[in-house]
Design a protein around this ligand. Structure first.
Ligand SMILES: Cc1cc2nc3c(=O)[nH]c(=O)nc-3n(C[C@H](O)[C@H](O)[C@H](O)COP(=O)(O)O)c2cc1C
Length: 357
Protein backbone atom coordinates (compact mmCIF):
# COMPACT_ATOMS: atom_id res chain seq x y z
CA UNK A 1 0.00 0.00 0.00
CA UNK A 2 1.44 3.38 -1.03
CA UNK A 3 1.64 5.76 1.92
CA UNK A 4 3.04 8.92 3.53
CA UNK A 5 6.38 7.25 4.20
CA UNK A 6 7.19 6.51 0.57
CA UNK A 7 10.02 8.76 -0.65
CA UNK A 8 9.23 11.07 -3.54
CA UNK A 9 11.16 13.34 -5.88
CA UNK A 10 9.75 16.87 -6.07
CA UNK A 11 11.48 19.18 -8.52
CA UNK A 12 15.16 18.53 -7.93
CA UNK A 13 14.68 17.36 -4.33
CA UNK A 14 14.52 13.86 -2.92
CA UNK A 15 12.00 13.87 -0.09
CA UNK A 16 12.29 11.05 2.46
CA UNK A 17 8.53 11.13 3.04
CA UNK A 18 5.32 12.70 1.71
CA UNK A 19 4.48 14.62 4.87
CA UNK A 20 4.62 18.31 3.97
CA UNK A 21 4.43 21.22 6.41
CA UNK A 22 1.75 23.59 5.05
CA UNK A 23 2.44 27.34 5.01
CA UNK A 24 1.53 28.85 8.38
CA UNK A 25 1.62 32.57 9.14
CA UNK A 26 2.80 32.95 12.74
CA UNK A 27 3.62 36.65 13.17
CA UNK A 28 7.01 36.20 14.82
CA UNK A 29 9.12 38.39 12.53
CA UNK A 30 8.51 41.82 14.05
CA UNK A 31 7.46 45.11 12.51
CA UNK A 32 10.26 44.91 9.92
CA UNK A 33 9.39 41.35 8.85
CA UNK A 34 12.81 39.86 9.64
CA UNK A 35 12.98 36.22 10.76
CA UNK A 36 15.47 35.78 13.61
CA UNK A 37 16.91 32.84 15.56
CA UNK A 38 13.53 31.97 17.12
CA UNK A 39 12.01 31.48 13.67
CA UNK A 40 15.04 29.43 12.56
CA UNK A 41 14.65 27.21 15.62
CA UNK A 42 10.90 26.70 14.98
CA UNK A 43 11.42 25.55 11.39
CA UNK A 44 14.50 23.45 12.26
CA UNK A 45 12.38 21.59 14.87
CA UNK A 46 10.11 20.49 12.01
CA UNK A 47 12.89 19.64 9.52
CA UNK A 48 12.07 15.94 9.25
CA UNK A 49 9.00 16.82 7.19
CA UNK A 50 9.50 15.80 3.56
CA UNK A 51 9.31 19.49 2.72
CA UNK A 52 8.71 22.61 4.80
CA UNK A 53 6.72 25.41 3.18
CA UNK A 54 7.31 28.71 4.93
CA UNK A 55 4.69 31.10 6.17
CA UNK A 56 3.50 33.57 3.53
CA UNK A 57 6.27 36.10 2.87
CA UNK A 58 5.69 39.47 1.20
CA UNK A 59 7.30 40.12 -2.19
CA UNK A 60 7.30 43.89 -1.65
CA UNK A 61 6.31 46.52 0.90
CA UNK A 62 3.03 47.26 -0.91
CA UNK A 63 1.92 43.66 -0.57
CA UNK A 64 2.66 43.28 3.14
CA UNK A 65 -0.25 43.79 5.51
CA UNK A 66 -0.19 41.12 8.20
CA UNK A 67 1.05 42.15 11.61
CA UNK A 68 4.64 40.95 12.19
CA UNK A 69 4.64 38.72 9.10
CA UNK A 70 7.85 38.42 7.07
CA UNK A 71 9.07 39.93 3.83
CA UNK A 72 11.82 39.09 1.33
CA UNK A 73 12.53 42.52 -0.12
CA UNK A 74 15.09 44.11 2.25
CA UNK A 75 18.71 43.11 2.89
CA UNK A 76 17.93 42.39 6.56
CA UNK A 77 15.00 40.15 5.63
CA UNK A 78 17.17 38.20 3.20
CA UNK A 79 19.87 37.81 5.87
CA UNK A 80 17.23 36.60 8.33
CA UNK A 81 15.96 33.97 5.89
CA UNK A 82 19.52 32.83 5.30
CA UNK A 83 19.68 31.92 8.99
CA UNK A 84 16.42 29.96 8.68
CA UNK A 85 17.59 28.05 5.59
CA UNK A 86 20.91 27.20 7.25
CA UNK A 87 19.20 25.90 10.39
CA UNK A 88 16.80 23.74 8.39
CA UNK A 89 19.53 22.37 6.13
CA UNK A 90 21.79 21.68 9.12
CA UNK A 91 19.04 19.35 10.37
CA UNK A 92 18.81 17.67 6.95
CA UNK A 93 15.59 19.42 5.89
CA UNK A 94 14.32 21.03 2.71
CA UNK A 95 12.34 24.26 2.53
CA UNK A 96 10.35 26.33 0.04
CA UNK A 97 9.27 29.88 0.76
CA UNK A 98 5.66 30.81 0.14
CA UNK A 99 5.56 34.25 -1.51
CA UNK A 100 2.51 36.50 -1.52
CA UNK A 101 1.05 39.90 -2.18
CA UNK A 102 -1.95 40.51 0.06
CA UNK A 103 -3.85 42.55 -2.52
CA UNK A 104 -7.15 43.94 -1.28
CA UNK A 105 -6.54 42.92 2.34
CA UNK A 106 -3.65 45.35 2.89
CA UNK A 107 -4.92 48.05 5.25
CA UNK A 108 -3.92 51.60 4.24
CA UNK A 109 -2.01 51.82 7.54
CA UNK A 110 0.50 49.33 6.14
CA UNK A 111 0.78 51.18 2.82
CA UNK A 112 1.54 54.80 3.67
CA UNK A 113 -2.19 55.52 3.79
CA UNK A 114 -2.84 54.32 0.24
CA UNK A 115 -5.79 52.21 -0.84
CA UNK A 116 -4.94 48.56 -1.47
CA UNK A 117 -4.61 47.26 -5.02
CA UNK A 118 -6.71 44.45 -6.45
CA UNK A 119 -8.06 43.41 -9.86
CA UNK A 120 -11.29 45.35 -9.26
CA UNK A 121 -12.93 47.58 -6.67
CA UNK A 122 -14.44 44.75 -4.62
CA UNK A 123 -13.94 45.16 -0.88
CA UNK A 124 -12.86 42.18 1.23
CA UNK A 125 -15.21 41.12 4.03
CA UNK A 126 -14.08 41.74 7.60
CA UNK A 127 -10.86 43.31 8.75
CA UNK A 128 -7.30 42.84 9.97
CA UNK A 129 -5.13 43.79 12.87
CA UNK A 130 -2.96 46.83 12.32
CA UNK A 131 0.67 46.84 13.42
CA UNK A 132 -0.41 47.96 16.91
CA UNK A 133 -2.81 45.03 17.22
CA UNK A 134 -6.08 46.97 16.80
CA UNK A 135 -8.71 45.48 14.48
CA UNK A 136 -9.55 47.67 11.46
CA UNK A 137 -12.12 47.11 8.71
CA UNK A 138 -10.94 46.58 5.16
CA UNK A 139 -11.33 49.44 2.68
CA UNK A 140 -12.40 49.29 -0.95
CA UNK A 141 -9.34 48.63 -3.13
CA UNK A 142 -8.59 50.39 -6.38
CA UNK A 143 -8.06 48.51 -9.63
CA UNK A 144 -4.41 47.78 -10.29
CA UNK A 145 -3.12 49.29 -13.56
CA UNK A 146 -1.36 47.30 -16.29
CA UNK A 147 2.06 48.85 -15.51
CA UNK A 148 1.50 47.97 -11.84
CA UNK A 149 0.64 44.39 -12.84
CA UNK A 150 3.92 44.13 -14.76
CA UNK A 151 5.87 45.62 -11.85
CA UNK A 152 4.22 43.27 -9.35
CA UNK A 153 5.04 40.23 -11.48
CA UNK A 154 8.66 41.43 -11.65
CA UNK A 155 8.61 41.70 -7.83
CA UNK A 156 7.42 38.08 -7.57
CA UNK A 157 10.40 37.04 -9.72
CA UNK A 158 12.80 39.17 -7.68
CA UNK A 159 11.43 37.71 -4.44
CA UNK A 160 12.00 34.20 -5.77
CA UNK A 161 15.54 35.09 -6.77
CA UNK A 162 16.19 36.46 -3.27
CA UNK A 163 14.69 33.42 -1.61
CA UNK A 164 17.09 31.20 -3.53
CA UNK A 165 19.97 33.56 -2.75
CA UNK A 166 19.05 33.20 0.92
CA UNK A 167 19.41 29.43 0.56
CA UNK A 168 15.78 28.33 0.28
CA UNK A 169 15.21 25.37 -2.04
CA UNK A 170 12.39 26.99 -3.98
CA UNK A 171 9.23 29.07 -3.71
CA UNK A 172 5.50 28.48 -3.62
CA UNK A 173 3.46 31.16 -5.36
CA UNK A 174 0.50 31.91 -3.08
CA UNK A 175 -2.46 31.86 -5.47
CA UNK A 176 -4.99 30.91 -2.77
CA UNK A 177 -7.10 32.32 0.07
CA UNK A 178 -8.29 35.55 -1.60
CA UNK A 179 -4.88 37.23 -1.81
CA UNK A 180 -3.76 39.10 -4.93
CA UNK A 181 -3.24 36.21 -7.35
CA UNK A 182 -6.39 34.36 -6.24
CA UNK A 183 -8.47 37.52 -6.56
CA UNK A 184 -7.57 37.59 -10.25
CA UNK A 185 -8.57 33.94 -10.71
CA UNK A 186 -12.04 34.13 -9.18
CA UNK A 187 -14.81 36.09 -10.85
CA UNK A 188 -16.34 37.44 -7.62
CA UNK A 189 -13.30 39.72 -7.26
CA UNK A 190 -12.25 40.09 -10.90
CA UNK A 191 -14.60 42.31 -12.92
CA UNK A 192 -11.95 43.57 -15.33
CA UNK A 193 -12.64 43.98 -19.02
CA UNK A 194 -9.02 44.03 -20.20
CA UNK A 195 -6.61 41.15 -20.88
CA UNK A 196 -6.63 40.23 -17.17
CA UNK A 197 -10.38 39.73 -16.71
CA UNK A 198 -13.39 38.05 -18.27
CA UNK A 199 -12.56 34.61 -19.68
CA UNK A 200 -10.81 32.03 -17.49
CA UNK A 201 -7.72 32.38 -19.65
CA UNK A 202 -7.72 36.13 -19.00
CA UNK A 203 -8.32 35.74 -15.26
CA UNK A 204 -5.46 33.23 -15.12
CA UNK A 205 -3.11 35.54 -17.04
CA UNK A 206 -1.72 37.19 -13.90
CA UNK A 207 -0.89 33.79 -12.39
CA UNK A 208 0.53 32.38 -15.63
CA UNK A 209 2.73 35.44 -16.25
CA UNK A 210 3.90 35.23 -12.63
CA UNK A 211 4.74 31.53 -12.98
CA UNK A 212 6.59 32.33 -16.21
CA UNK A 213 8.63 35.13 -14.65
CA UNK A 214 9.41 33.20 -11.47
CA UNK A 215 10.36 30.08 -13.46
CA UNK A 216 12.66 32.15 -15.65
CA UNK A 217 14.29 33.57 -12.50
CA UNK A 218 14.94 30.34 -10.57
CA UNK A 219 13.87 27.39 -12.78
CA UNK A 220 10.41 25.82 -12.87
CA UNK A 221 11.60 22.79 -10.91
CA UNK A 222 11.94 25.11 -7.91
CA UNK A 223 8.44 26.58 -8.22
CA UNK A 224 5.18 25.42 -6.66
CA UNK A 225 1.72 27.00 -6.90
CA UNK A 226 -1.01 26.95 -4.26
CA UNK A 227 -4.71 27.13 -5.15
CA UNK A 228 -7.88 27.11 -3.02
CA UNK A 229 -10.77 26.51 -5.42
CA UNK A 230 -13.71 26.59 -3.03
CA UNK A 231 -12.93 28.40 0.19
CA UNK A 232 -14.54 31.78 0.82
CA UNK A 233 -11.88 33.53 2.89
CA UNK A 234 -12.59 37.25 3.21
CA UNK A 235 -15.74 36.77 1.14
CA UNK A 236 -14.08 35.61 -2.08
CA UNK A 237 -16.11 33.51 -4.51
CA UNK A 238 -16.17 32.06 -7.99
CA UNK A 239 -19.36 31.28 -9.88
CA UNK A 240 -17.94 28.13 -11.54
CA UNK A 241 -15.04 26.69 -9.52
CA UNK A 242 -15.47 23.26 -11.14
CA UNK A 243 -14.62 24.83 -14.50
CA UNK A 244 -12.26 27.62 -13.45
CA UNK A 245 -9.76 25.60 -11.46
CA UNK A 246 -9.35 22.49 -13.64
CA UNK A 247 -8.82 24.97 -16.51
CA UNK A 248 -6.12 26.72 -14.50
CA UNK A 249 -4.51 23.32 -13.83
CA UNK A 250 -4.50 22.61 -17.59
CA UNK A 251 -2.78 25.96 -18.23
CA UNK A 252 -0.13 25.07 -15.63
CA UNK A 253 0.70 21.81 -17.42
CA UNK A 254 2.99 23.59 -19.82
CA UNK A 255 5.41 24.38 -16.98
CA UNK A 256 7.38 21.57 -15.44
CA UNK A 257 6.66 22.82 -11.92
CA UNK A 258 7.91 21.25 -8.71
CA UNK A 259 4.27 20.82 -7.67
CA UNK A 260 0.73 22.10 -7.58
CA UNK A 261 -0.75 22.42 -4.07
CA UNK A 262 -4.51 22.36 -3.53
CA UNK A 263 -6.15 23.49 -0.31
CA UNK A 264 -9.69 22.23 -0.15
CA UNK A 265 -11.58 21.18 2.93
CA UNK A 266 -15.19 20.07 2.59
CA UNK A 267 -16.69 22.78 0.31
CA UNK A 268 -19.52 24.88 1.75
CA UNK A 269 -23.05 24.57 0.43
CA UNK A 270 -22.82 20.84 -0.27
CA UNK A 271 -21.10 21.27 -3.66
CA UNK A 272 -18.74 18.57 -4.93
CA UNK A 273 -15.02 18.92 -4.31
CA UNK A 274 -12.99 20.45 -7.12
CA UNK A 275 -9.71 18.75 -6.14
CA UNK A 276 -10.46 15.47 -7.98
CA UNK A 277 -11.04 17.44 -11.20
CA UNK A 278 -7.74 19.23 -10.69
CA UNK A 279 -6.04 15.88 -10.13
CA UNK A 280 -7.44 14.64 -13.44
CA UNK A 281 -6.39 17.79 -15.32
CA UNK A 282 -2.94 18.29 -13.86
CA UNK A 283 -0.07 16.13 -15.11
CA UNK A 284 2.57 16.95 -12.48
CA UNK A 285 3.01 16.35 -8.77
CA UNK A 286 -0.04 17.24 -6.68
CA UNK A 287 -0.08 18.14 -2.98
CA UNK A 288 -3.41 18.08 -1.18
CA UNK A 289 -4.23 19.90 2.04
CA UNK A 290 -7.22 20.59 4.25
CA UNK A 291 -8.26 18.59 7.30
CA UNK A 292 -6.04 15.58 6.63
CA UNK A 293 -4.92 13.23 9.39
CA UNK A 294 -2.58 10.25 9.26
CA UNK A 295 -5.14 7.70 8.08
CA UNK A 296 -6.90 9.94 5.57
CA UNK A 297 -3.52 11.11 4.25
CA UNK A 298 -2.33 7.56 3.66
CA UNK A 299 -5.63 6.72 2.04
CA UNK A 300 -5.45 9.70 -0.34
CA UNK A 301 -1.98 8.67 -1.45
CA UNK A 302 -2.89 5.02 -1.88
CA UNK A 303 -5.98 5.95 -3.87
CA UNK A 304 -3.88 8.17 -6.14
CA UNK A 305 -5.79 11.31 -5.14
CA UNK A 306 -2.54 13.03 -4.16
CA UNK A 307 1.22 12.54 -4.39
CA UNK A 308 1.87 14.13 -1.00
CA UNK A 309 -0.18 15.65 1.83
CA UNK A 310 0.37 18.99 3.54
CA UNK A 311 -0.54 19.31 7.22
CA UNK A 312 -1.12 22.73 8.76
CA UNK A 313 -2.51 22.83 12.28
CA UNK A 314 -1.03 19.43 13.16
CA UNK A 315 2.46 20.84 12.61
CA UNK A 316 1.85 23.76 14.97
CA UNK A 317 1.63 21.65 18.14
CA UNK A 318 3.59 18.62 16.91
CA UNK A 319 7.08 19.64 15.81
CA UNK A 320 7.93 15.94 15.55
CA UNK A 321 4.79 15.07 13.60
CA UNK A 322 6.70 12.66 11.36
CA UNK A 323 7.92 10.64 14.36
CA UNK A 324 4.46 10.65 15.93
CA UNK A 325 2.88 9.40 12.71
CA UNK A 326 5.52 6.72 12.33
CA UNK A 327 5.03 5.31 15.82
CA UNK A 328 1.29 6.03 16.11
CA UNK A 329 1.90 8.33 19.06
CA UNK A 330 -0.77 10.69 20.41
CA UNK A 331 -0.97 14.16 18.88
CA UNK A 332 -0.94 17.42 20.85
CA UNK A 333 -3.61 20.07 20.17
CA UNK A 334 -2.52 23.59 19.25
CA UNK A 335 -3.59 26.67 21.17
CA UNK A 336 -5.25 29.18 18.77
CA UNK A 337 -4.58 31.98 21.29
CA UNK A 338 -0.89 31.86 20.37
CA UNK A 339 -1.19 31.33 16.61
CA UNK A 340 -0.04 34.89 15.85
CA UNK A 341 1.40 36.24 19.13
CA UNK A 342 5.07 37.21 19.42
CA UNK A 343 7.59 35.05 21.26
CA UNK A 344 8.33 31.39 21.91
CA UNK A 345 5.08 30.59 23.76
CA UNK A 346 2.86 28.41 21.57
CA UNK A 347 5.51 28.55 18.86
CA UNK A 348 8.83 26.86 19.50
CA UNK A 349 7.94 25.48 22.96
CA UNK A 350 5.65 22.60 21.97
CA UNK A 351 7.43 19.55 23.39
CA UNK A 352 8.96 16.82 21.28
CA UNK A 353 7.45 13.50 22.22
CA UNK A 354 10.88 11.97 21.90
CA UNK A 355 12.13 14.40 24.55
CA UNK A 356 9.17 13.67 26.82
CA UNK A 357 9.56 9.88 26.55
C1 LIG B 1 -2.31 29.83 12.01
C2 LIG B 1 -2.51 29.58 10.55
C3 LIG B 1 -1.78 30.29 9.62
C4 LIG B 1 -1.91 30.04 8.25
N1 LIG B 1 -1.14 30.72 7.37
C5 LIG B 1 -1.18 30.41 6.04
C6 LIG B 1 -0.29 31.03 5.11
O1 LIG B 1 0.58 31.82 5.46
N2 LIG B 1 -0.41 30.68 3.81
C7 LIG B 1 -1.35 29.78 3.36
O2 LIG B 1 -1.42 29.52 2.17
N3 LIG B 1 -2.19 29.17 4.23
C8 LIG B 1 -2.11 29.45 5.55
N4 LIG B 1 -2.92 28.78 6.44
C9 LIG B 1 -3.73 27.65 5.96
C10 LIG B 1 -2.97 26.34 6.16
O3 LIG B 1 -1.82 26.28 5.32
C11 LIG B 1 -3.86 25.12 5.84
O4 LIG B 1 -4.31 25.25 4.53
C12 LIG B 1 -5.04 24.98 6.77
O5 LIG B 1 -4.62 25.03 8.12
C13 LIG B 1 -5.80 23.68 6.52
O6 LIG B 1 -4.93 22.55 6.68
P1 LIG B 1 -4.97 21.66 8.03
O7 LIG B 1 -6.37 21.14 8.13
O8 LIG B 1 -3.96 20.61 7.83
O9 LIG B 1 -4.66 22.58 9.17
C14 LIG B 1 -2.83 29.06 7.81
C15 LIG B 1 -3.58 28.35 8.76
C16 LIG B 1 -3.42 28.58 10.10
C17 LIG B 1 -4.21 27.77 11.09
Amino acid sequence: MANLFDPIRIGGLNLPNRIIMAPLTRGRTGAAGIPGPLVAEYYAQRADAGLLISEATAINARGRGWRNAPGIYTADQIAGWRGVAEAVHARGGRMFMQIWHMGRTVLPEYAKGERPIAPSEVKAEGGMLNQEGARRPFVTPRAITIPEIKATIADFARAAQRAVEAGLDGVEIHAANNFLVDSFLRDGTNRRRDDYGGSIENRARFLIETVEAVSRAIGADRVGVRLSPTNSYFGISDSQPHITFPSVALLLNRFDLAYLHVLESEPEGGIARVAPLIRAAYQGTLLQNGGYEFESGNKAIDAGAADAIAFGTLFIANPDLVTRFKHHLPLAAPDPETFYTPGAAGYSDYPLVTAAA
